[in-house]
Write a protein that binds this ligand. Structure first.
Ligand code: AMP
Length: 469
């Protein structure tokens, strides 16, 4: 459907054309009619989906002509950059109208923003802090407001703006239209939505955020210098059938593969620098069981369908949350049971938060029992310079081939399952040489961090725990 059929006035259709857009994006198709009709809206969509036009176009349409008496639209943004971008979009789309838009954010002087507000503007696009300043000094009043737009609410709350946002909502007239955009809408954001909106329509656009229920997944915090050692220890103590390991970079994938081979694993590598025949060989070998481990980058792994991957290990936490869902989706397919571990380093709290927000659930942070988290860290990349860390675990690794049968060069595995201790959401170091702390909340794969041997296979105990969550 073209823009001209969405009920927008010709001036805006021309504005859109001047931007070079031909067809509306899915969120525009679905949100524009709701907003034009005057309804409240919760849009779950990320930057890049065309959400700015999805709210800017119908908002401009509802404003019609410029009025000098004060802002009729307020848009709250978490950052100056976003506020500036949205102001530019309003000016671009509204180029054939006389609507005025003003950006209000910190980091610059008050003078110009104050005089634009005083001259009479229709749309204010603001970050919460500077807006509060103008409200307090009385330069800006919101009594004439018709439309309130809260954009990137999840980021706004992450940045600690919740109090300011609620105060600002409280200063808006009760009779208004409210639009609410957030990449995800977890419970704390639902609460703000309930407070701010009335009978909102919901439009959800984007990639899957659902982690397959048959997959148990957990984060394993570790210092950078011990990452490779932890990877080896996880493989050593996990009764995996076939394991897909993700690296952020091609170079990293090669390095991990080299070191795993040195640690007696049969390893395939899949990334964009490999030739077509190498890729086919890697995939076929992984599917047939010739390779028990495949190290891959995200791009290479997109779309690959390998039945029966029992484990996914994110050696590097994915660069964006969609990739987390995508990677984890490689295991536990078609109702098979799978496990997914993500190694995280102390600087990745933001990535962890983004993933949890995206999938709308907390992911337990676990420690691998028996792993020496206090070992001397190795330099730089985690696995760099690390001789495979077997000595440290006091025994040589034993790796079986597929099906635990013990292929050539792969002696049988340990007769014990790994023991992982859960720690809810507060990572804490495992005391060296001592059992990791008793798990709480989410529990761990190893029966809540207890020390007695548990059956080899994943399943039973730990999975039962997860299912009860
Ligand atoms: P946004 O999600 O609003 O940040 O938009 C992402 C990018 O898509 C921006 O560069 C927009 O200019 C562009 N865009 C938005 N809507 C359309 C459309 N209907 N056709 C082509 N590009 C678009």
């Amino acid at each position: 459907m073209p823009f001209s059929k969405l009920g927008l006035p010709p001036s805006l259709v021309n504005g859109v054309k001047a931007m070079g857009y031909t067809d509306p994006t899915p969120i525009q198709l679905r949100a524009i009619p709701v907003v034009l009709g005057g309804g409240d809206l919760i849009g779950s969509a990320q930057t890049g989906t065309g959400k700015t036009a999805a709210f800017a176009l119908p908002t401009l349409a509802r404003l019609g002509k410029h009025e000098a008496r004060g802002p009729r639209v307020l848009i709250l943004e978490p950052t100056r950059e976003l506020a500036a971008q949205v102001e530019t979009a309003f000016r671009d789309f509204g180029r054939f109208t006389d609507i005025r838009a003003t950006v209000v954010h910190g980091g610059v002087g008050y003078g110009r923003q104050r005089s634009e507000i005083q001259a009479g503007t229709d749309v204010v696009i603001a970050t919460p802090g500077r807006l509060m300043d103008f409200l307090q000094e009385g330069t800006l009043r919101l009594d004439g407001l018709k439309i309130l737009i809260l954009d990137e609410v999840d980021r706004m709350l992450d940045m600690g703006f919740v109090k300011d946002v609620k105060k600002i909502i409280g200063k808006c007239p009760r009779e208004r239209q409210t639009l609410f955009f957030s990449a995800t809408v977890p419970p704390e954001i639902e609460e703000v939505a309930r407070f701010a909106l009335r009978n909102p329509a919901r439009v959800e656009i984007g990639v899957s955020r659902t982690v397959n229920k048959s997959v148990t997944h957990a984060f394993y915090p570790v210092n950078m210098g011990l990452k490779f050692d932890l990877l080896v220890a996880l493989l050593e103590k996990t009764d995996f059938h076939s394991c897909l390991i993700f690296s952020r970079t091609k170079h990293g994938a090669d390095k991990i593969a080299r070191k795993l081979k040195a640690a007696n694993h049969s390893v395939a590598v899949l990334h964009a620098n490999r030739s077509q025949s190498q890729r086919v060989e890697a995939l076929e070998g992984f599917k047939s069981g010739k390779y028990e481990v495949m190290v891959a980058t995200d791009i290479a792994a997109r779309g690959i369908d390998v039945a029966g991957v029992s484990h996914v290990i994110n050696y590097d936490i994915p660069a964006n949350p969609e990739d987390y869902v995508h990677r984890i989706g490689r295991t536990g397919r078609a109702a098979a049971i799978g496990d997914a571990f993500t190694l995280t380093t102390p600087d990745q709290a933001g990535d962890i938060k983004a993933i949890e927000r995206f999938i709308g659930q907390k992911v337990p942070q676990l420690q691998l029992e028996g792993f020496n988290y206090h070992a001397q860290p190795r330099p730089a990349m985690g696995f760099q310079g690390a001789a495979p860390a077997h000595g440290q675990h006091g025994q040589r690794p034993q790796h079986g081939g597929r099906g635990g049968g013990g292929g050539a060069g792969h002696p049988p595995r340990h007769q014990q399952r790994p023991q992982h201790s859960g720690q809810g959401h507060a990572p804490r170091p495992a005391p060296s040489g001592q059992p990791a702390p008793q798990g709480q909340g989410h529990g761990g794969f190893g029966g809540g961090g207890q020390q007695q041997p548990v059956p080899r296979k994943f399943g039973g105990l730990s999975r039962g725990r997860w299912n009860r969550r």
